[in-house]
Design a protein around this ligand. Sequence first.
Ligand SMILES: C[S@@+](CC[C@H](N)C(=O)[O-])C[C@H]1O[C@@H](n2cnc3c(N)ncnc32)[C@H](O)[C@@H]1O
Length: 382
Amino acid sequence: MPPLHPMLPEPTADQCAHSERLCALVAQQIDAAGGWIPFDRYMQLVLYAPGLGYYVAGATKLGDASTGGDFVTAPEISPLFAQALATQVAQVFEQTPAHIVEFGAGSGRLARDLLHALQKRGTPCERYAIVEVSAELQQRQRVVLANRPVEWLTAPPTGFRGVMLANEVLDVMPVRLFIKRDRDVLERGVGHGRSGIRYVDRMAAQDLSVAVSEIEAEAGELPDGYASEVGFEARAWMRSTADWLAQGMLLVIDYGFPRREYYLAQRLMGTLMCHYRQHAHADPFWLPGLNDLTAHVDFSAMAEAAQEAGLQVLGYTSQAHFLLNCGLLDRLQEDHTPMRSSAAHRLISEAEMGELFKVLAVGRNIAAMPVGFAHGDRSARL
Ligand SMILES: C[S@@+](CC[C@H](N)C(=O)[O-])C[C@H]1O[C@@H](n2cnc3c(N)ncnc32)[C@H](O)[C@@H]1O
């Protein structure tokens, strides 16, 4: 068993055995690839390897410490999040069919609360579809959403008209890592040896060096020893959304920054982060399969990918601005309890989710200025 981090709750023997099986699979894949795999392959395996990966096996994942969860997302904090989001969704529904596709629906709470909020405001959703890569989470969603008009798709729809949602989905898409050494760009991948699974650096492949040159052209030269990540998979996903969305809006909500802030020289170790029972740590090789692995989102890259593929940027702002623009405080006033008030604080406070989390809206064939970006739109910073 790997050494325990003294601050982290101890896993059970079964959990350790599960993680060891995943490590064996990773080692096998590294050997099959000649001794080295890029970090995105590693991240793919530890999060999504069938039957073993964090998102597809039995880990509790979402929820607070009392439920054994590793992290809490906005929809898990309070229905207030969905109630505010409903304002933006209802505005799009004025111009499109009342259809929603949600990517990566987690526990299913956002779907449940959004359907309820839209019904309550008199703008009911007629079709709600979920695209979920995890069969295990899909099963949980089916329980939470029993008797509601929700369907699960095996692939994103094409020619879709309506609203697409992705809350905290892009941050769990595998990333490639790089490190600057003596002005060279090295790719930080994964190998294994007697000390277990570990980082192994080699000269970066062409696509990664080009991506780093583009970052440096905008953010300035990165210092020696600077390590960070590039989200090629998230970029490809954003490009694909243009094939799926014929009319309407895609709302991407996640933690991240525009490129110039993301690749600040002071952010020397990038944003790769692991989550285990409400603790954040930076060791992706500690108990793989029991930890969530995430990286922040480069929102400039997301906006560019969407635009290159033919979508328009409709707005970009902080979660706090978006939720306030969407009437979060009015929703709070309608039912003001200490619990809802404290949830509103978590959602919009700068010290909590309000500023780190951003909302990017892209779309096509939508006329009105989106209500969620009426004040504090930061599209020009992307
Ligand atoms: C951090 S959880 C967020 C869950 C939920 N959206 C929330 O906010 O509570 C990430 C979710 O995205 C799913 N996921 C990851 N990659 C995906 C993809 N390419 N398409 C659809 N779902 C994906 C995961 O299985 C999981 O449900």
